[in-house]
Design a protein. Structure first.
Length: 63
């Protein structure tokens, strides 16, 4: 998805809303964690990967 400074966006796999979350490279180039969608409250497993330029890419799947 798109990256913006210290935020990135993903689309919730359940309700399809675009969700913007804070991201932090200092937590590692590859991060995985669970987070409930703030719109539909369904749990998602987020995988955040940073490229060599520090841009975040987020994949979300139902948890």
């Amino acid at each position: 998805m798109r990256a913006m400074d210290d935020e990135a966006a993903y689309r919730c796999p359940s309700c399809h809303e675009e969700i913007v979350i804070p991201v932090e490279l200092s937590a590692g180039r590859l991060q995985e964690y669970g987070e409930d969608c703030p719109v539909c409250c369904r749990p998602n497993l987020l995988r955040v990967e940073f490229d060599e330029h520090g841009r975040a890419r987020i994949e979300a799947r139902p948890d």
